[in-house]
Design a protein around this ligand. Sequence first.
Ligand SMILES: C[S@@+](CC[C@H](N)C(=O)[O-])C[C@H]1O[C@@H](n2cnc3c(N)ncnc32)[C@H](O)[C@@H]1O
Length: 300
Amino acid sequence: MTSPIDDLYTVRDYLRYISSQFSASSLYFGHGTDNVWDEAVQLVMRSLHLPLENNTLFLNARLTRDERELIISRMHRRIEERVPLAYLLGEAWFMGLPFHVDERVLVPRSPIGELLERGLQPWLGDQSVHRILDLCTGSGCIGIGAATVFEEAEVDLSDISADALEVAASNIELHEVGDRVRTVRSDVFASIEGRYDVILSNPPYVDAEDLAAMPDEYHHEPELGLAAGGDGLEVAHRIIAGAVDHLNPGGLLIVEVGNSWVALEQAYPDLPLTWLEFENGGDGVFLISADDLQQWQERS
Ligand SMILES: C[S@@+](CC[C@H](N)C(=O)[O-])C[C@H]1O[C@@H](n2cnc3c(N)ncnc32)[C@H](O)[C@@H]1O
């Protein structure tokens, strides 16, 4: 039986062949790219350790046999096992930055990245930021992204999963921010000490019904990173209950709850949440100030 690698030689050949194969399958996109072409470009170029931008220079370059075999085997795993591409490559991009990822952590995709790129404006105003907590950090993408925006801030990356924190630690090393970013193992706030100016969190928030209906790609991600009880709010309830004790006056709490925003609104009809809007897609992210949260708690 002939293998495609006997007929395909150049970068251009592989981009074309993989685009055709991806188009003929029913892949789910949503772990970094949202279309066949971008997924094929990322698979080919990053398997060759070449940049994603300005890559036309190499279109006619011929690949070695090892490179061809690697790309075709990754393509098969993507199509047949539905492994998200980020896990096959061992890397994902968030806020334009590379992060190590594997099946111990979710593939980074939170719209909170867009807020950070805007320096949390206009919400932050002229409030200074000295300490940031990324609660439920996974790969550490949100907290490390925050550290690149708030260059003087100290950032704690916290997760209940020791496995996830190993990945986060490797990303601290990758971004050379170990002098002010550290990992803390904690069940929500249980082992968190002190107060922060900003608490950012993308906790697990998938409800039981959505979890059962998720495309195969999601089943390669750690269930601990997705599932959050019947209403999807198991962790979010605990964040709302505990955040006041860990925020400085004037601080901000920003939490992603995705589709579970409807259940959250029903559970907290009097909580003055601001639901944020995003240019690059995504929803179900709320923001509340420490002061509003405290006043609400005193009223309740
Ligand atoms: C949706 S993932 C988000 C990861 C990362 N923040 C991101 O945006 O890619 C949620 C993370 O919460 C962690 N987690 C689940 N339950 C937790 C708990 N009770 N306390 C702290 N972290 C928890 C999981 O291990 C997982 O890494």
